[in-house]
Design a protein around this ligand. Sequence first.
Ligand code: AMP
Length: 427
Amino acid sequence: MQIKAPRGTYDILPEQSIKWQWMEKIIKDTAGQFGYQEIRTPVFEHTELFERGVGETSDIVSKEMYTFQDKAGRSITLRPEATASCVRAFIEHGLYNGLLPVKWYYSGPMFRYDRPQTGRFRQFHQFGVEVFGSDNSLLDAEVIILMMEIFKGLGIKEPELHINSVGCPSCRPGHRQELIDYLTPLKDKLCKDCQQRYMTNPLRVLDCKNQSCHQTITGHPTIADSLCPACTRHYEQVREALSENGVAYIHDNNLVRGLDYYTNTAFEVHIPGLGAQSAIGGGGRYNGLVKECGGPDVPGIGFALGMERILLAMEASGRLIERSAALDVFIITMDDKFSRHALQLTNKIRQSGISADMDYNHRSPRAQMKFADKSNAKVVIMIGEEETEKGFYLVRNMQSREQYQIDQEDFIAKLQTILLKNEEEIG
Ligand code: AMP
């Protein structure tokens, strides 16, 4: 029986991975410009970390985790997201004693046992940032500005930024009670899930995906009306800083986070053209999370972006033009007996920093030329009887179709000149 990739996973073949590399480079360079450094954490952690760090009542932990026992009987989980791992690393290495804030970015695979569909996988990829050690509202703005700069760099058109404040443990309980009082007489009109959770987790009713719930609760009491003075000021400052930096946003009363360690700013980005999977990422402040995970009381903020959806958005924007890995040089032998010479030349060229390849399948010179063309080689070098005897190479510029005889002496420097000239002409 043929073995296939597990359901909900997929291979990124070279014609796709080149787009991924391009996307990742822009994202990482942008984060670098903002002073963020990369952290890499394990793809599996102790299950307990996610139970505490993501929250046992969340869908991710209650339904979607890849959990198994290792050979020593420990419960291990493939990471469903990376914030909890970053928090663990921050605490484990005692970084709260060092220079703050710590600004990190990460990217890599995440694992969730969910029903696979378009834009939803069981192994997918996220890019994200986490900042620990500052409660400054300007930092909330910086994190959002960084996210929007990434979209700009990737050419994603019209990302729609939604923001809200979810308050803090001192102002949230008042809003929660108001919400329960508001929802109780409406409960029969809510969906099954909301009927179960409106008492235990009324905030989750606000972001229910069910349209009829959405309509039933228009006019619900908003957290904005219950914010304490400190949270009101923090939110105002974030909004002002966004406006001062030219970032457009939509204040969204329905944007919530269900867990106590989330505080103040919450945000999400949608790409309207992406249909059902229009949420491309989101984040917010989590001033209670480091403590929840066993560390000191250190504030934090971050976001995570779904990279598969970023690619979809880039395709929708028409930005993701066909990219293919162009090879600088392909070496063609007129006869198999020159192939050892070809390998030496190929390696010499590679050592000078120019990419080069050759034929290993004993093809005819004509078939090698076709292969070079398909590999998008910029320059082809031919080695044959005459060339070897007289000490030159025949070089064909595949872009201009010009052909030169170039002395084997000082050959690399001349090859560099040809490649450089080509680049200048392409601009
Ligand atoms: P979350 O960590 O749930 O807030 O997700 C952040 C982003 O990751 C989402 O907005 C999606 O773009 C992406 N994402 C989440 N789950 C999946 C999945 N199963 N497949 C693909 N992308 C996902």
